[in-house]
Design a protein around this ligand. Sequence first.
Ligand code: ZN
Length: 307
Amino acid sequence: MQVRNFLFHRVSPKSEPWGPAISPARFRRVLKVLKSLYRVCSLEEAYTCSAPGRRPLATVTFDDGFREDIEYAAPILESLRLTACFYLVVDSVESGRPNWSYELPRLFHLSARRQLRIDCENPRELGGIFHFESPGALLTFGKDLLSRLRYVPHSVASNIYEQVRKQLDDVPPGPTRMLNWSEARELIGRGFEIGSHTYTHPYLSRVEGDVDLAFELGASREKLANELGFPPQSVSYPFGDYDRRVAQAARASGYRLGFRVGQVFADNTSKERWCEPRVDVYADSPCLVTLLRITGYLEPLKRVLRR
Ligand SMILES: [Zn+2]
């Protein structure tokens, strides 16, 4: 049977340039559309159901573990009698801070520094002493750097992140704003699922060593099991990034499901469940695009328009 898995990040009245959010009112509207089109259920039900119904199955998932999940998203889901799975990054739960993919853009948006020195031997072009004439120039540099970090080994990316973080220290730390263990346990008590979004939120295909990959996948699962009382059944790959090695490591770590990003239906009869697609419901898309994405018409429409 077909399953359409949906991915959200933040539901909040406050959107930020470095972290766009869907407003609570819009999230409610999106869920109502989902409910009218699909039989929205838990991951457990979606991947064990064999009885076809009138409507295709769908699931709702959240990445990154912002506290807004429990403040805004959970009450709206409950009011519509829907459930969801929330994916947590262990480091973020422990520190209360968003992962580096939010923090780095925040620093580039807010810093007034005019110079940055990056030491990097390989690839050499990422290193150098960079001067910026305006905050806009720093921001442009930051966006470019972020897109390049996608393609370098994880150890290089995290080293550069630490260098940038130390130099853009005129930006005060943001507020602690992530779900803590007690709130995660509360969500489980209210009938929601919790899954792993790794330990530190790397591009998993760029994590070089098998030990480090096992740490991101296996140790995060163990930590969640220790804190929540039972191991999570599924993992969401940060940025949807995965390859064959990552999928195999997720399986070896004990997960029954692994999630990437993909604008297609999943097949719940597939034996290979470690690269299941989820439709990313981007917070900053226009309403019509979101509607087309939810209904599954966006990709066919794009193909027609490309012809
Ligand atoms: Zn993430």
